[in-house]
Design a protein around this ligand. Structure first.
Ligand code: ADP
Ligand code: AMP
Length: 218
């Protein structure tokens, strides 16, 4: 199964990609997580992306595509993958098409999570993440454990630097300008499936899985 998830920051892509990866036994490929890990590790890649991410801007296409190209070649992507946060621009989408054609592994579907903007803003404001294992929480709908610690690994959870109000606004503008046009791009390919993302996590997860299975191999 080869799927990508589209939607604005806070739509629930990471939450749903983790669920789909677990239920379909495919790899979860999240460029944002990969970049955050690189920053935390202090690698060369981390040094190149840190300032861009802090500003809520996009990492250059060539660098992002190179990271994804390498990741999709890893063994755990053999059974399939769900892309979360990639592609984010038209050139990235075109590069992905080229890459998947080269690999003879076409995309099954681009699933768009539809969530009203007011809900997205509430989700971003309350998002907390574990700096060690990347688990995601929400202060109201899915709070961390006692004392604000991660229920997976016990680390104290924190707000993402780019979830501050000013940066959030910037990231939503970047989404509208650079990423929203991909909805038309995948619709024109006949690969776009819209799923309502404004419901309980389990309900959305069921709808995403049905959409993915319905498109598999078509
Ligand atoms: P994205 O990866 O699209 O930026 P996330 O998956 O990180 O979004 O979700 C953003 C926030 O919303 C997180 O705090 C997450 O716990 C919460 N969230 C995700 N899906 C739902 C949902 N269906 N209902 C309520 N909260 C959700
Ligand atoms: P995310 O975790 O998906 O919200 O991504 C966090 C940040 O990482 C984004 O705001 C960008 O700065 C960067 N990023 C993640 N994915 C991409 C991408 N496909 N293209 C460019 N920048 C990206």
């Amino acid at each position: 199964m080869r799927i990508l998830l589209l939607g604005p920051p806070g739509a629930g892509k990471g939450t749903q990609a983790a669920r789909l990866a677990a239920s379909a036994r495919i790899a979860h490929v999240a460029t944002g997580d990969m970049f955050r890990q690189a920053v935390a590790a202090g690698s060369d890649l981390g040094a190149r992306v840190r300032d861009v991410m802090e500003r809520g801007a996009l990492v250059p296409d060539d660098l992002t595509v190179a990271v994804v190209r390498q990741r999709l070649g890893a063994g755990d992507c053999g059974p399939g993958f769900v892309l979360d946060g990639f592609p984010r621009t038209l050139p990235q989408a075109e590069a992905l098409d080229g890459l998947l054609t080269e690999m003879e592994r076409p995309l099954d579907a681009a699933i768009a999570l539809e969530v009203p903007e007011a809900v997205v803003l509430r989700r971003l404001a309350g998002r907390r993440v574990c700096p060690r294992c990347g688990a995601t929480y929400h202060v109201d709908t899915d709070p961390p454990g006692e004392g604000g610690v991660c229920r997976c690994c016990g680390e104290v959870v924190a707000q993402r630097g780019d979830d501050q109000e000013e940066t959030q606004r910037r990231r939503l503008e970047v989404y509208q300008r650079d990423t929203a046009p991909l909805l038309g791009y995948y619709a024109a390919q006949g690969r776009l499936v819209a799923v309502g993302g404004d419901g309980p996590v389990d309900v959305v997860a069921g709808a995403v899985l049905r959409a993915a299975l319905g498109r598999q191999g078509r």
